[in-house]
Design a protein around this ligand. Structure first.
Ligand code: G3P
Length: 215
């Protein structure tokens, strides 16, 4: 399973990249706005670290605009995946971009039928937003179960990228189901690394080590 960070913060990306547990980065317009920097500068710096998959979202809402932005974004760096929304215009743009060899991440997916359409138009990733479904009383993880089952039924190669992850249980459940990727905020990835018993155990080992005769 691949683990992505859902952020545009270079500090956060660098920290996880240096540990060696990061497989990719997803950004969206809201995350980019938080950084207060030019989108392309941020993208270039993330790619320069060597991150192999960096999702960059188009903001046009018509197919021609999406194509224009998508073609521009993909030229920035070979690691760029173009993110397009799940709308009729987004589906049309995804189909054309995919035929041109561009890897597209279809975003804002909230139903299994939408995920089926993303696979049919040749998206490389589909991004179901599970946290936002949970927020309004729906079982986000059920959607992941359905999409994984449907893609297996028809051997679609589109990868399931679990997005809008809010806590480590989301990551655990996504892994149990067999989702390909989970993208998460920095705070969630940090929690995957930490366990209080690891800290307590390490402190005890180091304390006991002081009693071992040296020299
Ligand atoms: O990047 C897309 C998605 O992960 C957004 O998450 O927390 O804004 O619902 P959130």
């Amino acid at each position: 399973m691949q683990l992505f960070l859902d952020t545009a913060s270079l500090t956060e990306i660098r920290a996880m990249w240096e540990i060696g547990i990061l497989d990719g980065v997803t950004t969206n317009p809201s995350l980019v706005a938080k950084e207060g920097r030019k989108f392309e500068d941020v993208l270039r710096e993330i790619c320069a670290l060597g991150v192999p998959s960096v999702s960059a979202e188009v903001v046009a809402t018509d197919t021609d605009g999406m194509l224009r932005e998508g073609r521009h974004l993909r030229e920035i760096h070979p690691a760029i995946y173009v993110k397009a929304p799940m709308t009729p215009a987004g589906l049309r743009a995804t189909k054309i971009l995919a035929q041109e060899g561009t890897r597209v991440n279809m975003t804002l997916v909230f139903s299994a039928n939408q995920a089926l359409l993303a696979a049919k138009v040749g998206a490389t990733y589909v991004s179901p937003f599970i946290g936002r479904l949970d927020d309004q009383g729906e079982e986000g993880m059920e959607l992941i179960r359905d999409i994984v089952a449907i893609y297996r039924n028809y051997r679609f190669s589109t990868k399931v990228l679990v997005a809008s992850v809010r806590h480590p249980i989301h990551v655990l459940e996504a892994a149990r189901i067999g989702a390909d990727i989970a993208t998460m905020p920095y705070a969630v990835m940090e929690k995957l690394v930490q366990h209080p018993l690891t800290d307590i155990g390490l402190a005890r080992f180091l304390k006991d080590w002081e009693r071992v005769p040296k020299g």
